[in-house]
Design a protein. Structure first.
Length: 460
C-alpha cells in the first residue's frame, strides 16, 4: 500500500489497544456491504453484534479489524469498538500539521451546504468532507477516522435529534468555522422548550470552536441574535448572511435561468455575480454560507464559485427526474423525498411556485415527523404556502397530512392515500403535457415510495 491511511501500530496507539499482527489499511468501514479491499473493519453493535460479520469483512478484503473478542488474523484488540472508533477519529484530527476545518449544522440545508463546501474544497488541494449524511455519533467519528494525514481543509456535517448530541461531536472536530444554516421546529417533540430547545442544541456547535474561531449564521432566521450571542460568548467572530443591509454576505437578487439561477450578492464589501445549478430559492442563502466558510478556510473565491456553478442537486434533495407516464405524457418530477420539516417544506413549496411551468404545478406530500403536539397545526399551516405558490393539485398521504387535507380548498384536493405508493397511479392518471410535479416528505413517511413508483412508469 503506497500511502496507507493507518498502520496497525498507529491504530493501537490511538485507541489504546493491543496490536495482534501487523497490517496497513487504506480506509475505515463499519459495514461489510460497502467495505473496500484494504479497509479496517470496525464491528459495531446494532440489531446484531458486528463481530458476527468479521468473516464477511475478511472475505471482502479487510486487512485489519478492531475486535473486542479473540479472533484469528491481524487485528487490534480493544475493549469497546465504538469507543475505539471515537478515539481513532480524534487521533485523525490531531495528525494533520496544517488543517483548517468547518462544521455545519442546522434544521434545514446542512447536508447540501456541507456537500457544496466539500465540492469547493476539493478544487483547492488536499481536502476531506463528510459523505452522505454521516452526521451523528457514529458518522462524525467515522468521517474523522477516514481523514488522510495530509489533509489541509475539511468540512464535517453534525446533526442531532436531542440535546447534548452536537457538543461532543463539535469538540471532536474542533472546527475553525462553525455554521448554523437555520433553526426551525424540527425534532421539537424531543424538546420540552420547543424551538428554543432546538436553538440551544444547535448552539452546541460552538463548544468545539478553537481560539479565534468564526461562526457563520443566518441573519434572516428568527434565532439569529440568540445564536450570535452564544457564538460571541464562545469567543467567536460572527459573520452573517441574508438579505439585510450591512451583512458579511448579502443576497441582492436571484434570477431564474434554465434549471438553475443567477445570483447577485455582496460578499465582504464586494459585488459578485454567479450562476447556481440549483433552482430553489433557499440555494441563494446556502451559496452565501458556502462562500463565507470557504473564504475563512483560505480557499480562493473563484474556486468556490466554480464549485457552486457545477454543484447539481443531490438525490432526494431537488434532483429533477424527467418521467413518462404509461399513457405517454412526459413531465419533470422534482424529487425532495429525502426529508421534510415545516421550514424545508415552506421553502421548497415557495421555490416550486417560482419555477417556470407551462402547465400546472402539482404537489405530493407525506407526513412531517417528530413535531409533537404542534403537528396538526404545522401540517395545516402548509395550506398558506401552497396557495401562495399557485399549486393546482395536491396529493397527500399519512395520518398527519389529514390536517392539511382538511385545510385545503376542494378544488385543490387531488387525492389522499393511506400508503404513499398508492398515490402514484392517481398522479399518473392526472398528468397533462406541461405539468410539473414536486414530491416531498419525511424519510419515515416514505415519500421516496411515491418517487420510486412513478419512476417505474418511465424515465428518460
Amino acid at each position: 500500500m503506497a500511502d496507507p491511511l493507518w498502520s496497525s501500530q498507529e491504530i493501537a496507539a490511538a485507541v489504546g489497544g493491543q496490536e495482534v499482527g501487523t497490517f496497513e489499511v487504506g480506509g475505515v468501514s463499519i459495514d461489510t456491504r460497502s467495505l473496500a479491499p484494504g479497509d479496517l473493519f470496525i464491528p459495531l453493535a446494532s440489531a446484531r453484534d458486528g463481530h458476527d460479520f468479521i468473516p464477511q469483512a475478511r472475505a471482502a478484503g479487510a486487512t485489519g479489524v478492531l475486535s473486542a473478542k479473540p479472533i484469528d488474523g491481524p487485528h487490534v484488540r480493544v475493549e469497546d469498538p465504538f469507543a475505539a472508533l471515537q478515539a481513532l477519529g480524534e487521533a485523525a484530527r490531531r495528525r494533520p500539521t496544517k488543517l483548517a476545518c468547518a462544521a455545519v449544522t442546522g434544521s434545514v440545508g446542512k447536508t447540501s451546504v456541507t456537500q457544496a463546501i466539500g465540492a469547493a474544497l476539493a478544487l483547492g488541494g488536499h481536502s476531506h468532507a463528510s459523505v452522505k449524511s454521516y452526521n451523528n455519533h457514529i458518522g462524525v467519528p467515522l468521517t474523522l477516522a477516514r481523514m488522510p494525514r495530509g489533509t489541509e481543509r475539511a468540512v464535517f456535517e453534525i446533526g442531532m435529534n436531542h440535546a447534548d448530541e452536537i457538543s461532543p461531536l463539535s469538540r471532536s472536530v474542533r472546527p475553525d468555522v462553525a455554521v448554523i444554516t437555520t433553526v426551525g421546529p424540527v425534532h421539537i417533540e424531543n424538546f420540552v422548550e420547543g424551538e428554543l430547545g432546538v436553538a440551544k442544541a444547535k448552539a452546541e456547535i460552538f463548544d468545539g470552536l478553537g481560539p479565534g474561531g468564526t461562526a457563520v449564521l443566518n441573519a434572516d432566521n428568527g434565532w439569529f441574535e440568540f445564536l450570535a450571542e452564544r457564538a460571541r460568548a464562545a469567543g467567536a467572530e460572527v459573520l452573517a448572511f441574508g438579505t439585510g443591509e450591512g451583512l458579511a454576505a448579502r443576497l441582492v437578487e436571484t434570477r431564474p435561468e434554465g434549471e438553475g439561477q443567477v445570483v447577485t450578492a455582496e460578499l465582504l464589501g464586494r459585488t459578485v455575480r454567479f450562476r447556481l445549478a440549483q433552482s430553489g430559492g433557499h440555494w441563494g442563502p446556502n451559496a452565501l454560507a458556502t462562500l463565507l466558510v470557504c473564504e475563512r478556510l483560505g480557499l480562493a473565491q473563484d474556486l468556490t464559485l466554480a464549485a457552486l456553478e457545477g454543484f447539481g442537486p443531490l438525490a432526494g434533495r431537488g434532483e429533477v427526474l424527467h418521467l413518462t407516464t404509461p399513457s405517454g405524457v412526459t413531465y419533470p418530477l422534482i424529487d425532495e423525498s429525502y426529508n421534510a420539516n415545516p421550514v424545508s417544506m415552506t421553502a421548497v413549496i415557495s421555490a416550486f411556485g417560482q419555477r417556470e411551468v407551462v402547465g400546472r404545478r402539482i404537489l405530493a406530500l407525506t407526513d412531517m415527523l417528530e413535531l409533537g403536539s404542534d403537528s396538526e397545526a404545522l401540517h395545516a399551516a402548509l395550506a398558506g404556502p401552497i396557495a401562495a405558490a399557485d399549486i393546482k393539485l395536491v396529493y397527500l398521504s399519512g395520518s398527519h397530512m389529514r390536517a392539511l387535507w382538511r385545510a385545503l380548498p376542494n378544488q385543490v384536493r387531488g387525492g389522499f392515500a393511506e400508503e404513499a405508493s398508492q398515490l402514484a397511479p392517481l398522479i399518473e392518471a392526472e398528468m397533462r403535457p406541461g405539468d410539473a410535479l414536486l414530491v416531498k416528505g419525511s424519510n419515515g413517511s416514505r415519500a421516496s415510495a411515491i418517487v420510486n413508483a412513478l419512476r417505474r412508469g418511465g424515465r428518460r
